[in-house]
Design a protein around this ligand. Structure first.
Ligand SMILES: NC(=O)c1ccc[n+]([C@@H]2O[C@H](COP(=O)([O-])OP(=O)(O)OC[C@H]3O[C@@H](n4cnc5c(N)ncnc54)[C@H](O)[C@@H]3O)[C@@H](O)[C@H]2O)c1
Length: 434
């Protein structure tokens, strides 16, 4: 079946950071797309053209793309999986596997796939894109889909293609990031390739099994987690001997085969902190004792406590009389995502020590008791500033004006390498970097 884009109806389960821009990418190519989510408020907002995501395609913000695709009738969101599944040629799953206390929770993806199984028709493709424990497609998801009475590869097509994009660059990377894919058989692979290549222009690499692609995805994320743990540990060393970690990294990276990442307040978001916990169940099953990877995870996990310590050390007054202005609570620079954000952990440590925190982040939509609505509210009467994530709409250069709003002898703890010593000193701040 080689359908024209306009004849395809694609159902996308999960309309989060991945599902929404993916759905709109298919719509932009002329497909009719129904997005399915269990979150009624989210579905209502999307159908009104409202989203808080910070994605853009060729400078056009996702809000405008969403409104245009709604108006063109190429995208709509629904909480009704029956109609969406039955009327679609292809079904894509982007429902996540959250991790709590190190245990992955498969209930959401299981529920989504169970629903798809109840309405599955012969000839449909089910394409799984969620990040999962190696073996999940074969052991958990394929049997659920086959409980419909239809068999993968014979009656319907099943494939797993990892999602490798970074939030904030979704539209560009859906098109230009190479994709890895594995299928239940040759026909499933061919069909998945056909659907993937509607959006991607980059190479599509076929793998010999689902497990290869599932494992490659988890390794990709863990490798970044380990790389960041390494530079976070390097930062502990440079601090102890009194040199600047960012200068060391900049110079070390002039080596042609070295590419150190940037240290920071820790590692957050959905992808990197969870990755190890997708691997551990299989390691346990194989009776393996992985040593390096859990240590790296622990280093990143403990970093917010170290940063809170640096802030507390700089307070000119006892914590109970101190106010700290936190700039940026997102899980990384220029993001609206605060899931598992290290900044939130730093704030928790500060508050538990008695410090009053006023955090400003114009991109993160979530409300918190410590969050304020303007930079001025954060800075007014503060003893110091903690830069925990960069955001576009904060004018970091105006240090002299910041100073005027703050108490005597102010300090900056800069985890994002925004300020240099000379600049901070000129504006009357003590500067502490990582
Ligand atoms: N966020 C990233 O940068 C990124 C990058 C690569 C891969 N991934 C992977 O992609 C997947 C999705 O991540 P995300 O960040 O978009 O997650 P998300 O939490 O933003 O979105 C998931 C959505 O699924 C919905 N959902 C839950 N149960 C459902 C059901 N039964 N039916 C329909 N919808 C349901 C949720 O309400 C939510 O809106 C995860 O597996 C993640 O690991 C994420």
């Amino acid at each position: 079946m080689n359908l024209m884009e306009s004849e395809r109806q694609v159902a996308i389960f999960g309309l989060g950071f991945i599902g929404l821009p993916l759905a709109l990418s298919f719509a932009l190519k002329g497909c009719r797309v129904i997005g399915v989510d269990v979150d009624e408020q989210l579905v209502q907002d999307l159908n009104k053209g409202v989203t808080y995501h910070l994605e853009a395609k060729d400078g056009i913000p996702i809000q405008q793309i969403l409104k245009e695709q709604l108006a063109a009738g190429r995208f709509r969101a629904t909480t009704d999986p029956e109609q969406a599944t039955k009327s679609s040629t292809d079904v894509i799953v982007t429902v996540g596997v959250p991790v709590t206390d190190g245990i992955p929770d498969y209930s959401y993806i299981r529920a989504a796939v169970q629903t798809i199984a109840s309405y599955l028709r012969p000839g449909q493709l089910v394409l799984i894109r969620s990040t999962v424990t190696p073996g999940t497609t074969r052991r958990l998801l394929q049997p659920i889909l086959e409980s419909s009475g239809l068999q993968a590869e014979r009656d319907f097509y099943l494939a797993y293609a990892s999602e490798r994009i970074a939030e904030g660059r979704a539209f560009e990377e859906f098109e230009n990031m190479p994709t890895l894919v594995a299928g239940a058989g040759e026909k499933s692979l061919k069909r998945a390739r056909e659907v993937l290549s509607i959006v991607t222009r980059a190479e599509i690499h076929e793998a010999s099994s689902y497990e290869v692609v599932e494992t490659a995805k988890v390794f990709e994320n863990i490798s970044r987690d380990v790389d960041i743990a390494m530079v976070n540990e390097f930062a502990v060393f440079t601090k102890a001997i009194g040199i600047d970690i960012f200068e060391v990294i900049r110079l070390a990276n002039t080596h042609k085969r070295v590419n150190l990442l940037q240290p920071g307040p820790g590692v957050g978001g959905y992808c990197l902190p969870n990755a190890l916990y997708y691997l551990l169940p299989r390691a346990l099953e194989a009776n393996l004792n992985l040593r390096l990877l859990p240590v790296a995870r622990r280093i990143n996990d403990e970093t917010p406590r170290r940063i809170a310590g640096l802030i507390l050390k700089n307070l000119p007054v006892p914590p109970s009389r101190a106010k700290v202005a936190v700039l940026g609570i997102a899980m990384k620079d220029y993001s609206n995502d605060d899931r598992l954000s290290p900044a939130l952990k730093v704030i928790q440590f500060l508050e538990s020590a008695g410090v009053t925190v006023a955090a400003y982040d114009p991109a993160v939509p979530h409300q918190y008791p410590f969050k304020v609505n303007s930079l001025e509210d954060a800075l007014r009467g503060a003893n110091g500033i903690a830069v925990l994530a960069r955001q576009k709409n904060i004018d970091y250069e105006k240090l002299t004006e910041f100073r005027k709003l703050m108490k005597e002898d102010p300090f900056i703890v800069d985890t994002r390498n925004v300020y240099n010593r000379r600049q901070a000193k000129a504006a009357g701040f003590r500067l502490e970097t990582l």
